[in-house]
Ligand binder design. Structure first.
Ligand code: PLP
Length: 373
């Protein structure tokens, strides 16, 4: 992390590893002696073909995605996926959704345009501060799939383990919106039927959407589904049904290669990223819990490692805190404003945020509390 670069706590699009940005800058006009920048290459040429194949191999290795899953590089973001998933999977027209935060609530509303949706749990009235145990959910046994959001980016609640639906007597596939915690921790793929996420948090530029789908779920989509959103068709065409977001895929590939080399406490790759994320989150939560001025209200068992909303007990100080944080020395602490639906503050600690950035935030908060507490 260059010492002059501010720490960027954006929830997304979010900070990327500096070596990735530097490599991309160096290769901007001429990728590996090809005489072309990646943006200027045909998606069907040999150079981009190699970039895509390497990106997929590295993502599969880094995230531990088994061969029985296809990995699709798509567009439209997670909100388009909220529609294309029922359009691909809801052949019986029945979907269960666990509403544990703002994003899964949106997913339930969108799926309801295409299927009969049951909210098997809904914690909205309690402010999305906890996740009731899955064995208390009202799961049905004849649904096309069960949807959940593994990490609620706005509310800061995260599943520490994905539910094992089969053990709960439900044979339907589990669909997971992992937009904001993919590549931050190990997932038990044996519990997943389909996972999806926008790239713009842990992976790369907005415009790329990752879809991990168990191959036995690939089947012709409902007639209303746009062909470009047919998972079976996109998988058959190796993410080349139409022009994929080539530059975003290239940057994502650099991030995957960075992740495979990432080291922390004697670990490497995803284990190292997960341990690093655990350490970063523990540091910030400890500071929040020790403070008389700042607080996080999420139930401790389901606190997110990626997105940490926090509030000042004197809300009138929030704007002062945010303005002074951006001007902090030696480097600024940027984009700490909470989501507009919640107010307050939020620190997103994605993979590219170093522990030193979280320490700088904690030091600043303690200094602010001494001056204003
Ligand atoms: N789901 C989650 C968990 C998110 O964090 C976001 C964030 O932006 C979305 C869905 C919406 O994604 P997109 O803007 O890529 O459609």
């Amino acid at each position: 992390h260059a010492s002059t670069r501010p720490y960027n706590f954006s929830a997304g699009p979010a900070c990327l590893p500096l070596p990735v940005l530097e490599q991309a800058a160096a290769e901007m006009c001429d990728w590996q002696g090809s005489g072309m920048g990646v943006m200027e290459m045909s998606h069907r040429g040999p150079q981009f073909g190699a970039i895509l194949a390497q990106a997929e191999r590295d993502l599969r290795a880094l995230a531990g995605v088994p061969d029985e899953f296809a990995i699709l590089f798509m567009q439209g973001g997670a909100l388009a996926a909220n529609a294309l998933i029922p359009l691909n999977l809801a052949h019986r027209g029945r979907v269960d959704v666990a509403v544990t935060g703002s994003w899964s609530a949106k997913s339930a509303d969108e799926a309801a345009r295409y299927a009969l949706v049951q909210r098997v749990v809904d914690t909205r009235a309690e402010g999305y501060l906890d996740i009731p145990a899955p064995d208390s959910w009202a799961l049905r046994d004849d649904v096309d799939y069960v949807h959940l959001c593994s990490n609620e980016t706005i509310d800061g609640v995260e599943f520490q383990d994905l539910p094992n639906l089969r053990a709960l007597g439900c044979e339907a596939p589990l669909v997971v919106d992992c937009s904001s915690n993919q590549l931050s921790r190990r997932f038990d793929w044996s519990r997943i039927g389909l996972a999806f996420g926008g790239a713009q948090k842990n992976i790369g530029p907005a415009g790329l959407t990752l879809v991990y789908v168990r191959r036995d779920l690939l089947q012709p989509a409902l007639a209303a589904c746009p062909t470009a959103f047919s998972l079976e068709r996109v998988a058959r065409e190796n993410s080349m049904f139409n022009t994929p977001p080539t530059y975003a895929i290239y940057i994502a590939g650099l991030v995957f290669a960075w992740g495979l080399q990432f080291r922390w406490n004697g670990l490497q790759g995803l284990e190292a990223l997960e341990a690093h994320n655990r350490d970063k989150a523990a540091l910030l939560y400890a500071a929040l819990d020790d403070s008389n001025l700042f607080e996080n209200r999420v139930s401790s068992a389901v606190r997110s490692r990626m997105n940490i909303p926090f509030f000042l007990r004197e809300p009138g100080l929030t704007d002062t805190f945010l303005a002074q944080a951006a001007q902090a020395t030696p480097v600024g602490l940027l984009q700490l404003k909470g989501h507009k639906s919640k107010g307050g503050c939020r620190a997103s600690l994605y993979n590219a945020m170093p522990l030193a950035g979280v320490q700088a935030l904690v030091d600043f908060m303690q200094d602010f509390e001494r001056r204003h507490g």
